[in-house]
Design a protein around this ligand. Structure first.
Ligand SMILES: Cc1cc2nc3c(=O)[nH]c(=O)nc-3n(C[C@H](O)[C@H](O)[C@H](O)COP(=O)(O)OP(=O)(O)OC[C@H]3O[C@@H](n4cnc5c(N)ncnc54)[C@H](O)[C@@H]3O)c2cc1C
Length: 403
């Protein structure tokens, strides 16, 4: 028996407003183009088109504090907004700017940095990528080697970042750089904001197993960056970095998209394209689907609790954000696994869909099978990026269990 949230009349009014907006602004082309994307995020053109529409309606960053352009909505209203957007098929846009960098700027940015960087995030004019990981410095992030050497009013940055999502579209990157080799590795890191068109930056694509170009390696060769682009004090970047990671792992927002995927999975499992027995009627499959639904409900409650903390002005917390990341990614990957089972051979990645008589025909096969294989492969990365599951469990062991 599903548990349901009860929403107030004001909450339901927000839902009506969001639905009206989506009916008017979310055109079918945008939905279709988003659905065709097997990657984690849609490309920049779609992202900007959608962000501009949201911004014009005053919803460019609904969860930001009101003073910076947020809505002041309650946790339930934020939840409803995300739920309705996901249900309607709104594009999943890269969150590095508004959801990750912005909270770091609220807490540690100078007034000049806030004035310069927050408004173009809202309008979609600036598109950010995240320069944390390096070859050899992923889980052990503090061992990073990209150097920034002070030269007057500038830093000269040399080194490389890897797995940089959407660096090929981004016009800005926030980077962790080494400004000192004294003391513990964490003590010699600074946090810099860098324009991607600065001379000396080169982006090389990395194509994933799913066949997508989402990640890249970025090279820095004597790149000059104004000292005023440093967030926080020199050698104190680790504090800024950790604050940002809490938002990357646990600021909520996952449940809405997963709910839409779960609904789609249920529909697909109840239908058999060959007209025999739908896989959803198989008791073993049905049991796994029910177990997934129970875990999903737990996630929804964690998400509301997380939103309540954020609306109250608290940050997610390192242990709680790690728990949230594991819970949401487990649900996501189980949905993708079951979706692939439902799709059967129609879900084979890198191939046009194959008809039952062996002829290839892109029009054959259930719509739900489209990209099931590529989506499954792409989704495996979720338990790696933002810090692997093993690393999250280490954090929980320390921060929550005190081990
Ligand atoms: C699709 C994708 C997108 C990404 N996007 C970005 C991005 O935009 N910006 C960015 O900066 N980074 C990005 N990353 C990088 C990501 O954060 C790293 O891949 C991740 O932190 C793991 O680091 P690594 O790849 O170096 O693996 P490693 O650190 O080498 O880990 C290898 C394995 O060892 C395990 N392991 C390592 N240390 C421990 C430990 N102490 N205890 C237990 N197990 C351990 C890990 O769990 C993993 O299974 C992305 C990665 C992917 C796959």
């Amino acid at each position: 028996m599903p548990l349901n949230f009860t929403f107030s009349a004001e909450d339901e009014q927000v839902r009506d407003e969001v639905r009206d907006f989506l009916r008017a602004e979310l055109d079918p082309d945008l939905v279709a183009a988003s659905r065709r994307s097997s990657g984690m995020f849609v490309d920049r053109t779609l992202a900007r088109a959608w962000q501009q529409k949201l911004h014009r309606r005053g919803w460019g960053a609904v969860a930001w504090p009101v003073e910076y352009g947020g809505t002041g909505w309650s946790p339930a209203q934020l939840f409803i907004f995300r739920e309705e957007c996901a249900r309607a098929g709104a594009p999943s846009v890269l969150k590095q700017g508004p959801d990750l960098l912005a909270p770091a700027l609220f807490a540690y940015g100078s007034d000049q940095q806030k004035a310069c960087y927050l408004p173009p995030m809202l309008t979609g004019e600036h598109y950010w990528c995240q320069g944390y990981s390096e070859p050899g410095s992923g889980s052990d992030l503090a061992s990073l080697k990209t150097r920034a050497v002070r030269d007057g009013d500038e830093y000269v940055v040399s080194g490389t970042k890897i797995w940089t999502t959407h660096a090929q579209y981004a016009d800005h990157i926030f980077c962790l750089v080494r400004t000192s080799t004294e003391g513990r590795p964490q003590q010699g890191i600074s946090f810099l904001l860098i324009e991607m068109r600065t001379p000396g930056i080169r982006v090389e694509p990395i194509i994933t197993l799913a066949g997508d170009h989402e990640v890249n390696q970025v090279f820095f060769d004597d790149v000059r960056v104004p000292v005023t682009n440093r967030v926080g004090a020199e050698n104190q970047g680790w504090t800024v970095a950790k604050h940002l990671l809490e938002y990357e792992r646990g600021s909520g927002g996952a449940a809405a998209g997963l709910k839409a995927s779960l609904d789609e999975l249920r529909r697909a499992a109840a239908h058999d394209p060959a007209g025999v027995m739908p896989i959803g009627a198989d008791p073993a499959f049905a049991t796994r689907l029910r177990a997934l639904e129970i875990r999903f409900q737990a996630l929804e409650f964690i998400e509301i609790a997380t939103l309540a903390r954020l609306v109250a002005g608290q940050h997610p917390g390192s242990g709680a954000s790690s728990q949230f990341k594991i819970a949401s990614v487990d649900v996501q990957q189980t949905i993708e696994t079951l979706r692939l089972e439902v799709a059967g051979h129609y879900g084979l990645p890198h191939h046009p869909q194959i008809s039952l008589n062996g002829h290839t025909d892109a029009r054959v096969g259930p719509a739900s099978a489209e990209l099931a294989g590529a989506g499954y492969l792409s989704g495996r990365a979720a338990s790696i990026y933002g810090g692997s599951h093993q690393v999250q469990r280490n954090i929980i062991a320390k921060a929550v269990l005190g081990l």
